[in-house]
Design a protein around this ligand. Sequence first.
Ligand SMILES: CSCCC(=O)C(=O)COP(=O)(O)O
Length: 410
Amino acid sequence: MSHSVCIATYRCHDDKADFNKKAQGIAVGLTVGSWTDLPEARKAEMEKHLGRVLSVTVYEPENAAPGERYADLVIAYPDVNFSRDLPALLVTVFGKLSMDGRIKLLDLDFSPAFVSAFPGPKFGITGVRELLGIEQRPLLMSIFKSVIGHDLPNLREQFYRQALGGVDLIKDDEILFENPLTPLEKRVEACMEAAEQAQAETGQKLLYAVNLTGSTSKLAANAKLAIAAGANALLFNVLAYGYDVLHELSSDPEISVPIAAHPALAGAFYPSPHYGIAAPLLLGKLMRLAGADLVLFPSPYGSVVMPKEENLAVQAALIDPALPVKASFPVPSAGIHPGLVPLILRDFGQDVVVNAGGGIHGHPLGTAAGGQAFRQAITATLSGISLPEAASQPGNEALQAAINSWGYKE
Ligand SMILES: CSCCC(=O)C(=O)COP(=O)(O)O
């Protein structure tokens, strides 16, 4: 094919459809509108805009039960049809189509020309590691819990307790918005003060991802206010605002801190086999292209479960060397406790952020012990020691208490 194109892969479920015809209809309908009726001279002019069906693979088991028949359709869209931004690409390939029957967008392959418009994550895995001064081990992030209705001294104390546990990052709860009790700049000041106090005791650096909220037109200004107040990371609810907003923020040279993407709303897009956008694209490739340095997603182990195969595909998209931007840190989350650390490290390796809220604050010996239990579990797993064996060693009482509470899996 001579023109530069982006390629979309769809899964289409239909008990009776002629999938080749369906694919042809999409390729033409989402590009030039109609083709066979065009006069030859017009066809020559429009050819460079025409979508092309690259393949149609039909899955039609014998005696297929109703609902089982589907096909994967691969269609190329000429770059000349859309501007180099994600809203234009997404509306082209899955705008109206997302509402047209049982069809799910599985993947997008971007042309080099399209990708060249995206600097990607400013920090990525290597940059976040450099900021923290941690070369190899998995990172540990703690989530503020119970934040609404709390004042600054209370939040500061919660922060301090989390930091004392030896966590590398602390993130706001995604439901903490601008409010009179803990306004953005004051919150950052209070928490960074607590971070310094804890660092004096633990010797450990720490990133605080403060939730960047407000109307879209004020986000960049709010981010800069937070940074001026001392924020060294941001949390962002990407899907509520759109990928392009993340792209704008991450490519702003004055927003010089890592951005952690929260997956809030993702469940409205990926879980159905029939509709929406597949998780590896939604939470992997698109988040990374738009510039997320860290991406949270539901793990296969905890309370909000995403199947393991899908989870590992999200991770693969976040680190795939074929995409010429920095790799984003995978952050499998939700319902994580210290007893799950061996599974997380086995499945994700060392370039992972172990992330917990309830698994830290709910520790029977308190929040600081929650962080310590995770660190002890990480150290043990990296040394090839089982959690029960590590927990029985002197100094690892926090891990022992965590295992007594939540159990462990290996
Ligand atoms: C569904 S991924 C986002 C995880 C998250 O933000 C969170 O608050 C998880 O908290 P938990 O107490 O389950 O660790």
